[in-house]
Design a protein around this ligand. Sequence first.
Ligand SMILES: [Zn+2]
Length: 190
Amino acid sequence: MPKILIVDDDNFVRNVYAEKFRAIGFEVLTAVDGAEALEEIRRASPKPDAVFTGIEMPKMDGFSLLLEIRRDSATKDIPVVISSHRGRKEDERRARQLGAVDFIFAGLVTPNEVVERIKAVLGGLPTYRVALNKGTHDAMRLAEDLDADPSLACRSCGNDLLLEITYVPQEKCYRLFFVCSACGQRAVGF
Ligand SMILES: [Zn+2]
């Protein structure tokens, strides 16, 4: 499960994003400013996969936070996305110079688009593994279509197969495989 740290002094903004990311399966950490964010990051194990932060905050602003993250060898590779309400070009330039992977003008982008952009930053494609009702007609048909055993048992170890669904944004489609819940081996799909 990917982990994201959301940093903003505005409760409403923090909660909107926390809910959106939880809804798509992220573990969410939150902080009200850069100082609290650094504490969260240092305490977190494993470290967050991404940090999404505003700029202006009471104790430590987003730029200083980004700088601190980059300075620590334990955190320097965590991608940081900066969001600004003001949409100033100089803020974007500064964010990029300091190593932000993306800069979002909060007023122009919907929360859903922000989530998509952060998912893109993380690189991994959204993947779901679901168990089908064994023995149902459609489960058997699908197993046959995807070249898996109709009883939904792994051909190597005999354990249950799960249907793995991966969204491929470039193709705007889902890819399906059966994968073993125990040994991880994939039945060859098409
Ligand atoms: Zn197996």
